[in-house]
Design a protein around this ligand. Structure first.
Ligand SMILES: NC(=[NH2+])NCCC[C@H](N)C(=O)O
Ligand SMILES: [Mn+2]
Ligand SMILES: [Mn+2]
Length: 303
């Protein structure tokens, strides 16, 4: 498969904000590009093709009246297009690097990868667990549902993207950094047996041990691993430009260690960096941090 050490990367921006409440996350891809992600990767010896942004229609009203799942139609359309692009790029032997955009774009990315990789491991780096469904959501925000959809649970319009049979298995998923889990999500995680490494586990055992265990789970019996990294997994001191910040997150160093260990394992087939919101950021710190993490996941080292 197209493990990360294959040196051809396709960069795809998805300026979607319809899945989140705070406007501005649609500017994430430009903030990340503007922080020189391409040069950074080229310096590491990669060939980058920037495919530009997936088309997203403007958000006309923040709350579409009477909709339980906010902006379902546009989110479905954008993710269907994204799914197709990801599938095409992997088909050409490219490694897809997706820049968000709110976390609902994980639906399109993962569904696209699943067109080629049947048994896909997923590392979900996040303060949240994003396993709400239409039944459990308090907010109606689809960025809080994308992992459930990738597992095959949720609204039909979303689950059917790229084919209803294309889904990840709960035993191949780990969530790292969680510290804000809704009531319905707790039940879901327990029922499906999804392994969650919470901040408590990171505090207690350290990131090194957490990543060793996590990598074992996601690589065991799979043909590749997808990294879905929500910047709010990090502590808001290090990544303030996110729409749903939760204090007590992963530190700058812990996050880099996780990325470095992922690179060493050479198991990634795709990656996405989401929820960078320049309107809420401080001097572009969060976009810059995202680019630094991208550097580490693609092999940058201190020495
Ligand atoms: N990708 C994210 N930032 N998700 C935040 C989700 C927050 C909350 N659990 C919700 O469903 O609305
Ligand atoms: Mn989150
Ligand atoms: Mn998330």
């Amino acid at each position: 498969m197209n493990a990360v050490k294959n040196n051809k990367i396709s960069m795809i921006g998805v300026p979607l904000q319809h899945g989140a409440d705070r406007i501005g996350v649609d500017m994430g891809p430009s903030a990340i590009r503007g922080s020189n992600v391409q040069h950074r990767l080229e310096a590491l010896g990669y060939q980058i093709q920037d495919l530009g942004d997936i088309h997203v229609n403007k958000m006309i009203e923040a709350y579409a009246a009477g909709e339980k799942l906010k902006h379902l139609k546009e989110i479905r359309n954008v993710n269907s297009r994204l799914c197709q692009v990801i599938a095409d790029e992997i088909g050409k032997g490219q490694f897809p690097l997706v820049l968000g955009g709110d976390h609902s774009i994980a639906i399109g990315t993962i569904k696209g990868v699943l067109q080629h990789v049947n048994k896909l491991g997923v590392i979900w780096f996040d303060a949240h667990t994003d396993v709400n469904t239409e039944e459990t959501t308090f907010s109606g925000n689809i960025h809080g549902m994308s992992l459930a959809v990738a597992l095959g649970y949720g609204h039909q319009e979303l689950v059917s993207i790229g084919g209803i049979d294309k889904k990840i298995r709960s035993e191949n998923v780990v969530i790292i950094g969680a510290r804000s889990i809704d009531q319905g999500e707790r039940k879901f995680l327990k029922e499906k047996g999804i392994r969650v490494f919470t901040m408590h586990d990171i505090d207690r055992n350290g990131m090194k041990q957490v990543m060793e265990e996590a990598l074992e789970i996601v690589t065991n019996g799979t043909d590749g691993v997808h990294l879905s990294l929500d910047l709010d997994g990090m502590d808001p001191d290090d990544a303030p430009g996110v729409g749903t910040p939760v204090s007590g997150g992963m530190s700058y160093r812990e996050s880099h260690l996780a990325m470095e260990m992922l690179y060493e394992r050479d198991c990634l087939v795709s990656a996405e960096f989401v929820e960078v919101n320049p309107m809420l950021d401080q001097h572009n710190k969060t976009a810059r941090t995202a680019v630094e993490l991208i550097g580490s996941v693609f092999g940058e080292r201190i020495l």
